[in-house]
Design a protein around this ligand. Structure first.
Ligand code: WAQ
Ligand code: MG
Ligand code: MG
Ligand code: MG
Length: 256
């Protein structure tokens, strides 16, 4: 599902043919059984129509039959850090990523993208050493899709998240996405800040670090946000994008 709103360019609001651009309101995707389709279409529609970023004037829901058997991917382990401000969050992310060898310039470039007021529908891809941005469409980014979770794994996860008193759907979806992304060999780390003004917990994730939740990564009421995937310098980008967008995966197995 993707929902968007058309906005006039500020300077052209009063002209006769104002140029418009699209603001991304909400997006969601998943791998589901036939029997779940109507329920999930309703859920996604509801989400699009009642979003804190505003009412969309365009909602697109696409259903695709998946012919391949989804690859099984393990779920990243979850921890939550103590953090009381965006400045502190930035400091901790710099520390954690520096420790695994990500150069400061690359982390700085990542933050520039994550805090830009022009939000994207997908994620940016940045090369670890040079800090260069390589996704082909910089307005849209790369949208990770075809990702789901096995019923039993989901049950255990939901039970665990209920005890943590967090927004179950938000954390579950983010964990599924982060686990798919981290499973790819060339991915070094992901940084995520929600673009929802009322969701202020972000995360960084990698196969080695797991899924590290960071409260107060941004202040309440802010509309910026995004995702950055930091990848090995010599990554085959076409192959990576194909995996992220097209390879069906399903999170399964034990949770730790
Ligand atoms: N693929 C790639 N990028 C995406 C995708 C996707 N499927 N979905 C969202 N993004 C990018 C896009 O740039 C959005 O603007 C940005 O991420 C934020 O998306 O454990 O809800 O859906 O409490 O607002 C983190 C949960 C929730 C942390 C993140 O992101 C926790 C969230 P949102
Ligand atoms: Mg989303
Ligand atoms: Mg979300
Ligand atoms: Mg959002």
């Amino acid at each position: 599902m993707r929902a968007s709103k058309n906005r006039s360019q500020k300077s052209e609001v009063r002209s006769q043919n104002p140029k418009t651009y699209e603001i991304h309101i909400s997006g969601a995707e998943g791998v589901y059984e036939d029997a779940e389709i109507l329920k999930i279409v309703k859920e996604y529609t509801n989400r699009a129509l009642n979003h804190p970023k505003g009412k969309p004037d365009n909602i697109v829901i696409t259903l695709e039959q998946i012919k391949q058997i989804p690859q099984k991917v393990p779920m990243l382990p979850v921890i939550t850090l103590k953090c009381n401000s965006p400045d502190k969050a930035k400091e901790m992310i710099f520390q954690i990523l520096s420790d695994i060898g990500v150069p400061a310039r690359t982390i700085k470039n990542s933050f520039k993208i994550l805090t830009s007021p022009r939000t994207m529908r997908g994620a940016a891809i940045i090369l670890k050493e040079s800090g260069v941005r390589v996704e082909p469409d910089r307005e849209r980014g790369v949208r990770v899709s075809r990702l789901g979770i096995e019923k039993n794994t989901e049950k255990i996860l939901v039970r665990k998240l209920s005890k943590m008193k967090v927004s179950i759907t938000t954390v579950k979806e983010a964990l599924i996405l982060a686990s798919k992304v981290a499973a790819y060999t060339d991915v070094i780390a992901e940084i995520c800040i929600s673009d929802d003004p009322d969701y202020t917990t972000g995360y960084i994730a990698s196969k080695r670090l797991g899924y590290i939740r960071i409260p107060n990564i941004k202040s309440h009421g802010q509309n910026y946000g995004g995702r950055v995937f930091i990848v090995r310098e010599n990554t085959n980008i076409n192959r990576l994008i194909k995996y992220l967008e097209k390879t069906p995966i399903i999170i399964s197995g034990d949770i730790n």
